[in-house]
Design a protein around this ligand. Structure first.
Ligand SMILES: C[S@@+](CC[C@H](N)C(=O)[O-])C[C@H]1O[C@@H](n2cnc3c(N)ncnc32)[C@H](O)[C@@H]1O
Length: 418
């Protein structure tokens, strides 16, 4: 038993909500440096943590959840008595579907707009659904703590939680609606063929959508509607993760920044907010740039867009190249070609920032990155990697001074210099 962690748990009520029921054993303590004096946890995989306080404030909570709750080999005695966590995982797909379905039906938007709690009959009538089915859906949403319920004279009245209003309502500035729609309508069918992907070792675009598994972006952009949905997915990630990623390092010395494969421009906008003295240019395929300009541009945009076929055309010179979720799409040789090309185009004294969900070196997590890697299997030709792998690739492409920063959220950053 590790005293430091027990103290830490007492101080963070979040951790006591019953989400994690495992004991800390010597073995799972190995995954982290546990610092009893600081009463905090820190990853031991060679990453930078600016300070203990930074970890406590910014990193520790989700990090710990993913780290500890997924180590099957470290299941505690209580988990052996009754497999709470295992059952939660086994039913995880149902929880996802409850949230997906409620978003698709417009439940969260209706509850936000109504300004008062509504009965299942009222929600069903407004949304044109079966009353009994809607009541079950609303109850399940209460169970997963995104709705609240109150009984008045035997009738249940449902209202949104703050979390639902902020992240699940379609028009909230922090809405994850587009992410949910893509997960529900594209990722979920692909994951239905996960077993096949594991057997065959390749993506499931052909089996799922009848499309060639060779050209991954032709499959992803198979129609204008699919392209918009994918771009919406990419866009919504940076609404919640963008700030942490762009402030992982001080990038203010790079006066010209190019976001390579920058899609809707969401991450470039975050960079522009934090580094207003730098110019920001988004490079992407012509049809993506045109769609970004048509559907994602904002009136106060300072970012520029440029159509480039990354593997066929020259790249513009710049001080910093940002590659967010690019390397994880491709086979190693193709990624190396791109990294070498960027190194050649980069101004001297410039650099490259890789943004990816990075695996732990010891292979024990984070669960989110492990799941993303399986997602790369079913949809692309790439995979997620630990920092040492990216470091090796960057060094082989000619970059030096590689620094890694774990944000403690879904995406991490690596900066290297020319
Ligand atoms: C996984 S997405 C990442 C998007 C963005 N960086 C982000 O993190 O939100 C990969 C991006 O690379 C772009 N891309 C793929 N192949 C490309 C190519 N050959 N030339 C230019 N861009 C390409 C895609 O259009 C897409 O925007």
């Amino acid at each position: 038993m590790v005293v430091g962690l027990i103290r830490w748990r007492r101080e963070f009520p979040f951790f006591l909500k019953g989400k994690w029921r495992g004991e800390v054993t010597e073995r799972n303590a190995e995954t982290f440096n546990i610092l009893p004096t600081k009463k905090m946890l820190c990853c031991q995989t060679g990453v930078c943590a600016p300070s203990a306080d930074h970890w406590i404030e910014n990193c520790a909570q989700p990090f710990v959840l993913f780290g500890f709750s997924t180590m099957a080999e470290h299941l505690s005695q209580s988990e052996l008595d009754y497999p709470f966590k295992l059952l939660e995982y086994i039913n995880g797909f149902r929880v996802s579907k409850v949230i997906f379905s409620a978003c698709e039906q417009g439940v969260f938007d209706l509850l936000l707009q109504s300004q008062k709690s509504l009965s299942a009959a009222e929600v069903a009538q407004e949304l044109g659904t079966s009353e009994d089915s809607m009541e079950r859906l609303l109850d399940a949403l209460v169970g997963v703590e995104v709705l609240e319920v109150e009984l008045k004279q035997g009738t249940a009245y449902y209202s949104s939680s703050d979390v639902a209003n902020l992240y699940l309502a379609k028009n909230s500035p922090k809405s994850l609606y587009d992410m949910i729609i893509y997960q529900s309508q594209t990722i979920y069918p692909l994951w239905n063929n996960l077993g096949n992907a594991v057997r065959e070792g390749r993506n499931q675009n052909e089996k799922t959508f009848g499309l060639s598994s060779e050209d991954i972006f032709s499959a992803i952009y198979r129609s204008e509607e699919e392209m918009l949905k994918f771009m919406g997915l990419m866009n919504s990630s940076w609404v919640i993760d963008g700030h942490d990623v762009v402030t992982a390092f001080d990038l203010s010395r790079f006066k010209s920044i190019v976001d390579v494969g920058g899609c809707s421009g969401a991450l470039a906008r975050e960079l522009a907010k934090v580094y207003p003295a730098s110019t920001l240019t988004v490079l992407d395929l012509p049809k993506v740039i045109q769609t970004a300009q048509k559907h994602f541009c904002q009136s106060d945009d300072t970012i520029k867009f440029q159509e480039v076929e990354l593997f066929k055309e020259d790249l513009p010179a710049a001080d910093l190249y940002v590659l967010a979720r690019i390397i994880h799409d491709w086979k190693e040789e193709k990624s190396m070609t791109l990294l070498r090309k960027i190194h050649a185009a980069c101004n001297s004294g410039g650099g490259i920032l890789l943004v990816e969900a990075m695996l732990f070196e010891n292979r024990r997590g984070p669960l989110m990155a492990q799941l993303f890697s399986l997602n790369m299997l079913v949809q692309t030709e790439g995979k997620e990697q630990p920092p040492s792998h990216y470091t090796h690739m960057l060094t082989a492409a000619g970059f030096t001074d590689v620094q890694v920063c774990r944000t403690g959220k879904s995406y991490d950053a690596i900066l290297a210099l020319k």
